[in-house]
Design a protein around this ligand. Structure first.
Ligand SMILES: [Zn+2]
Ligand SMILES: [Zn+2]
Length: 564
């Protein structure tokens, strides 16, 4: 044995090489996950989910296929989480059992992770390890350094991995907010220092690569909201992502200024606002917050509701409020509903439906099209160029985006730093950097795994649960054809089953199902009947209930609602 340094078959010393393997986030928005492996050490960066396209019936979440990790299992020494967005931490409960070692993140990120694991009944033990910007930790044979970046939520980190083959910088999600609400600025200095030290490869967020200029600070929405607050005759209802804590802070401050009480509406909103307040990321002046159940006890013009559902998710607060089916919050014509979030591609139809329902309540709708009530958390062209020019890496790999954003980001890198070699990669490519250069050297399995029902948070492993349901109780596909205008069932629903075993005494159940469904649909409020998204949810719940009650079965139910 030669020992270190390793030698090749000719006896020459083998220069160390480092592999970068994206498993998600290159070629799509979401499910960000990437592995960096060098010698005996591999480090995972992020474990995110993606929200499914509407064609994926019954699927709630999409996570990366990580069978490739099996080959690295013994080498994976830790997971680094850049920040607390779902597309970076959402798959944590599926991933935590696939490696040993610590999970690094900032305190806010880890608080969100801890809650997620708890919902899935997983005890992380002492694996959650809090880090702060400029911390450097030893992970196996790598040194992992954390750098502060700015984005739409607090406590975001970029990562610099110091490996035997060189430094790899991963930006995480970022924009360059020079006046962040919490005063914690982007660590441009350290980026510059790393650049002069020499960086082997830069992996950078391409989400907004197709926008020119600068994205703008979180503060740029203040004027738009001031106009809303100074003119709204009734309640102000703002839908945004619950994790957008800066947006929440800005709105809470504005409520104080305009003497309105604030109610957090929706489970996610209540949870994250509590966590953020407890950890000191959200400051709520005493006496200003009210419970959602108290909203109706205050004059409409004194209330601000901050709620979930900006993407039109059927079970979230705003879509329920929109169809007048929320326990505590009712809309009236004086109210103003503000959509303060980007519509994630694929959700346009559900959001439009929610807006239609709100319009039927008579309330006024304000979105980014009317006023500046939303600003992106991702850097535009000039910010992306600035980071490239600070780092001037040997190799540049655009990450986080569909292929066209990656390609545009790649072109910027060539402009900014002609000496840099750009490598375009997709999920599953093995990028190898060594003394001879950098290239796509190999491929591993990569793809998507579809998850159903994870929003209930009741079951530890959704994949297994689905398989169990399918294997044990089969599949039921109710096909309902509706008149989109009247909300009436056009023809008797068809029930397709596969692998469904029912005792002879339950056979009558199958015969009764179409009629049962027609009745359940007829009982639904008109607005729910004319909304395929909501109707699907009702059909699913109803069939699950009937099968459980009358046959003791829990088949997987995937409703198909067609409009004519
Ligand atoms: Zn993010
Ligand atoms: Zn992201």
């Amino acid at each position: 044995m030669w020992g270190f340094p390793l030698r090749d078959t000719e006896g020459d010393p083998l220069a160390p090489s480092v592999d970068v393997i994206p498993l998600g986030g290159l070629g799509e928005f979401g499910m960000n996950m990437l592995l960096v492996a060098c010698g005996d050490t591999a480090v995972l960066i992020d474990a995110g989910v993606m929200f499914p396209e509407p064609e994926l019936f019954g699927v709630d979440l999409v996570i990366p296929d990580v069978t490739a990790l099996e080959g690295y299992r013994d080498r994976i020494k830790g997971l680094v989480l850049t920040h607390g967005h779902e597309d970076h931490i959402g798959a944590i409960s599926h991933m935590i059992g696939r490696f040993d070692g610590p999970i690094f993140g900032s305190p806010f990120t880890l608080a969100l992770v801890a809650h997620k694991l708890e919902e899935h009944g997983i005890d992380p033990g002492d694996r959650l390890t809090a880090v702060k910007p400029r911390d450097v930790v030893e992970v196996g044979s790598m040194r992992v350094e954390f750098l502060r970046v700015t984005h739409s939520i607090p406590d975001c980190l970029a990562v610099a991995l110091h490996t035997a083959a060189g430094i790899i910088v991963h930006t995480g999600d970022f924009k360059i907010d020079q006046t962040p609400l919490d005063g914690q600025t982007f660590d441009l200095h350290r980026f510059g220092e790393l650049g002069s030290q020499g960086v082997l490869a830069l992996l950078s967020d391409s989400t907004n690569a197709d926008r020119d200029g600068f994205t703008g600070s979180e503060r740029t929405v203040i004027d738009g909201f001031e106009e809303v607050f100074s003119s709204a005759p009734g309640r102000i209802v703002v839908a945004t992502f619950s994790s957008s804590v800066y947006r929440l802070q800005l709105l809470v401050d504005m409520a104080e200024q305009f003497e309105r009480r604030v109610a957090f509406v929706g489970r996610g909103m209540q949870h994250i606002s509590q966590v953020a307040e407890r950890l000191g990321y959200l400051r709520i002046p005493p006496g200003i917050q009210i419970r959602d159940s108290d909203v109706r006890d205050y004059p409409a013009e004194d209330v601000l509701c901050l709620c979930t559902g900006s993407q039109g998710e059927p079970m979230a607060a705003l879509p329920r409020i929109a169809i007048d089916d929320h326990r505590h919050v009712k809309l009236s014509p004086d109210d103003v509903v503000v959509f303060s979030a980007r519509v994630i591609p694929g959700n346009e139809k559900s959001v439009a439906r929610v807006m239609n329902h709100i319009a039927k309540r008579g309330a006024q709708i304000i979105s980014d099209d009317q006023k500046r009530v939303h600003v992106s958390g991702h850097g535009s062209g000039e910010e992306l160029k600035l980071v490239i020019s600070l780092i001037k890496p040997k190799f540049f790999v655009p990450i986080h985006g569909e292929y066209r954003q990656l390609a545009r980001h790649a072109r910027m890198a060539t402009l900014v730093s002609p000496a840099t070699t750009v490598l375009m990669a997709e999920d599953g490519d093995v990028l190898r950097f060594d003394a001879t250069g950098g290239r796509v050297a190999d491929r591993v399995a990569a793809g998507r795994i579809l998850i159903d029902g994870s929003r209930t948070g009741e079951v530890a492993d959704e994949i297994l649960r689905d398989r169990r349901h399918l294997a044990g109780d089969g599949l039921v596909v109710p096909v309902v054809v509706m008149n989109g205008q009247t909300g009436e069932v056009v023809s008797p629903p068809e029930i397709i089953t596969r692998g469904l075993a029912i005792d002879p005494r339950h056979e009558g159940l199958l015969r009764d199902l179409p009629e049962l469904l027609v009745r359940a649909i007829a009982d639904a409020p008109h607005e729910e009947r004319t909304d395929p998204g909501l109707l699907k949810e009702r059909v699913r719940l109803e069939l699950q209930r009937v099968f459980r009650k009358r046959a003791g079965r829990r088949p997987l139910v995937l409703p198909v609602v067609m409009e004519v």
